[in-house]
Design a protein around this ligand. Structure first.
Ligand code: TMO
Length: 316
């Protein structure tokens, strides 16, 4: 009898995969926000978890408050922590405890004021922010008077456009877009007449394949530019810097995720998407007009070789 036990144990130890305990059958709640790559990526990863036998549910949440939800375990994870937009909320939740950094994507991100290439004809000193400011009138609209109009992202992205304009004493009026789609509509409407515009944009995104353009170069980001007035050129103001030009894209996890869904957690820590992969996820929705779930199916079908190693390394 004793001998048999030993043999069984030896066989178990010899299996090629580290034996990961089974995931709970409770649904893994994945938060969804208001830009396409995040929604598609969440569906891609949700479909991978389902293939592994998990139950998954999606919940639409505010993109800043979500860090509090991850910390409390109301949602299990966050797949796109963009340094520029969400670094501050992520750091704050980290300091309170309950969530952790689950690793970086390969992608390098940038989020900032941006213009389509034709804009440079009306304002040749671009991409410098000082040149942009000297051309402010070129961007004036009926509502902004002699000030230029800058179309910022939806309010929940906390881009602090207004604070930046004030800190750098710029002749611009900041208008918040109601949705990401409103940004694309604004660029599309300007395109026919090659009207100069400046809008919030980011990379990786589908937009770079549709409209060549450049980010405005603001004073370089310094850590603390959002919390310490002495950082950046205006020693009395916050937000007087551009966003990080080589920002991170992280994954975040609830501290309880590893115990409750060890195999899914293992996949979360291993997965990492590149700039082109993320731009493609957004394109399937924003250009090809697929529903996010179908976009995720299509993306997964075309990228089995990318995702299968992560899943087999984490099989329970
Ligand atoms: C967070 N975002 C990608 C919309 O800049």
């Amino acid at each position: 009898m004793k001998k048999l036990t030993t043999m069984v144990l030896t066989a178990a130890l010899a299996t090629p995969f580290a034996a990961i305990a089974e995931d709970s059958s409770d649904p893994i709640t994945i938060p969804i926000h208001n830009w396409s790559s995040q929604i598609v990526m969440s569906n891609v990863v949700g479909q991978m978890f389902e293939e592994m036998g998990n139950n998954v549910e999606f919940v639409t949440t505010d993109s800043q408050a979500v860090y509090e939800s991850v910390r409390l375990g109301d949602v299990a994870l966050e797949l796109e922590v963009w340094e520029g937009a969400f670094g501050a909320s992520f750091r704050e939740a980290l300091s309170k405890g309950g969530l952790h950094d689950a690793g970086d994507h390969d992608a390098v991100t940038r989020e900032d004021w941006w213009y389509p290439a034709w804009t440079k004809e009306s304002c040749p000193g671009l991409p410098s922010w000082e040149a942009l400011n000297a051309c402010a009138e070129v961007f004036a609209t009926a509502e902004t008077g002699s000030n230029g109009m800058y179309l910022d992202g939806p309010v929940d992205w906390l881009k602090h456009g207004q604070e930046r304009v004030a800190a750098l004493d710029m002749n611009f009026t900041v208008v918040n877009a109601g949705s990401a789609a409103a940004l694309w509509a604004h660029i599309g409407a300007a395109e026919a007449e090659k009207k100069p515009i400046v809008v919030f944009n980011w990379t990786p995104n589908f937009a770079e394949a549709v409209w060549p353009g450049e980010f405005v170069e603001f004073p370089a980001w310094e850590d603390g530019c959002d919390t310490d007035p002495t950082k950046g050129p205006n020693k009395e103001a916050l937000f007087d810097c551009g966003n990080p030009s080589t920002g991170y894209l992280k994954k975040a996890a609830w501290d309880g995720m590893e115990d409750k869904w060890p195999a899914a957690y293992c996949v979360l820590t291993k997965l990492s998407f590149t700039n082109p992969q993320i731009a493609e996820m957004a394109k399937l929705v924003d250009t090809d007009e697929l529903e996010p779930e179908e976009a995720a199916e299509e993306w997964l079908a075309a990228n089995r070789a990318v995702v299968e190693p992560w899943m087999s390394a984490c099989a329970s």
